[in-house]
Write a protein that binds this ligand. Structure first.
Ligand SMILES: Cc1ncc(COP(=O)(O)O)c(C=O)c1O
Length: 371
């Protein structure tokens, strides 16, 4: 059954599943316990931490395990309540785990500036420069967008933050395994990751924190994760994530080529079979295999349901509530007219997709947009 929604989540890799099963069956100790079974569990999570650190060129002590990408984002943003400088700069196309959190933080004295994006979903670094205030305590800008795949000029943005000595956080949840990722290259202070986006388990992720960058815990209790995230660790999940990161970094260039090949043929076929289709986002700066397409005159919820009926799973950026389709805020921020916005689907390819799947998808789109 062709699944084309890998930006929402990915099917677990069989080797990852083996490790999770094995650890769940055999490693029962609490990693904080000092006796043998506890030490075994501790060794498992430290091995995962080491592999994750190697994959992004960080040190193991820079990795904080979390319950996913949303939590990693929350830890960084909630830290603002402890800081003297309480102004944040972010972008209009961030995930709700950034924008909704900032709204929640407003009554606690946090202020923020939301940078606009151009029609391709990119931020102008000059706008970031201009938005910095004397009380700016954090810049939080995602590396790649989950709906349209646009990649930001992240190095330029980080350089501006560094020139002003402002900590920089990037929601990098969509990137691992799809583009090269090294903290030597992207010198952000914090980066958020989520295992289920790279063929790992759901409900587990990690936050990279550069040594010396400030951070307080959001979840308080025991002294786990060097007192930065309390709670008994999800040992099988962390072990699985360690394996998923290892596989993602080993296969990254091959995976990228696979996704690019699928994307190229998808776009070529779409242009031929479905000339009404409009591709959104940046043709040059985008994640391989993530394509946002508008089908003017065809409501996204209807198209999505028709594809679902034949076993093809895709997503729409627009939220569907009380019978009406609400436009996607990301596409809105890119200046896409409402009629086009509510006719948009996101296709995100993955490791199991084939050229045959892509051909079948375009044929189905051709049929459903002509009915
Ligand atoms: C860009 C981005 N940030 C954060 C998240 C949230 O991650 P999680 O599902 O692990 O909480 C997602 C997931 O959809 C995402 O795409």
């Amino acid at each position: 059954m062709p699944y084309f929604d890998h930006s929402a989540t990915t099917p677990i890799h069989p080797e990852v599943l083996n490790i999770i099963t094995d650890v769940s069956k055999n490693i029962y100790g609490n990693p904080s316990s000092v006796y043998a079974s506890g030490r075994k569990a501790k060794a498992i999570i430290e091995e995962a931490r080491k592999n994750i650190a190697i994959a992004i060129d960080a040190s193991p002590s820079d990795i904080i395990f979390t319950g996913g990408g949303s939590e990693a984002n929350n830890i960084v943003l909630w830290d603002l309540i402890h800081r003297e400088k309480k102004h944040v700069v972010t972008s209009a196309i961030e995930h709700p785990a950034i924008l909704t959190v900032l709204k929640k933080l407003e009554p606690m004295g946090i202020t923020y500036t939301v940078l606009p994006v151009n029609p391709q979903g990119r931020i102008d670094p000059e706008q970031l420069n201009k938005s910095i205030q004397s009380d700016t305590g954090l810049i939080s800008i995602m590396m790649a967008n989950n709906e349209v795949g646009t990649i930001q000029p992240i190095n330029e943005l980080i350089e501006i933050a560094q020139n002003h000595e402002i900590p920089f956080h990037s929601d990098t949840v969509q990137t691992l395994g799809k583009i090269p990722l090294s903290v030597r290259e992207f010198s952000a202070d914090y980066m958020s990751f989520s295992a289920h986006k790279f063929y790992g388990p759901k409900g587990v992720g990690f936050l990279y924190k550069k040594e010396g960058s400030p951070l307080n815990p959001l979840i308080i209790g025991g002294g786990q994760e060097r007192k930065l995230r309390a709670g008994t660790e999800n040992v099988p999940g962390i072990a699985g994530m360690g394996k998923a990161v290892l596989l993602a970094s080993q296969n990254q260039s091959q995976h990228m080529k696979h996704l690019e090949a699928l994307e190229t043929s998808f776009i070529a076929l779409l242009n031929r079979e479905c000339p009404i289709a409009i591709i959104n986002g940046s043709p040059t700066h985008h994640l391989p295999g993530v394509i946002s397409v508008s089908f003017p005159g065809n409501k996204s919820d209807i198209l999505l349901a028709k594809l679902d009926r034949i076993g093809m799973e895709v997503s729409s950026g627009s939220a569907c509530g009380s019978g009406s389709v609400k436009p996607s805020p990301v596409l809105e921020a890119m200046g896409i007219p409402e009629s086009q916005n509510i006719s948009t689907l996101r296709f995100s390819f993955g490791r199991d997709n084939t050229q045959e799947d892509v051909t079948a998808l375009v044929m189905a789109l051709n049929q459903f947009t002509n009915e």
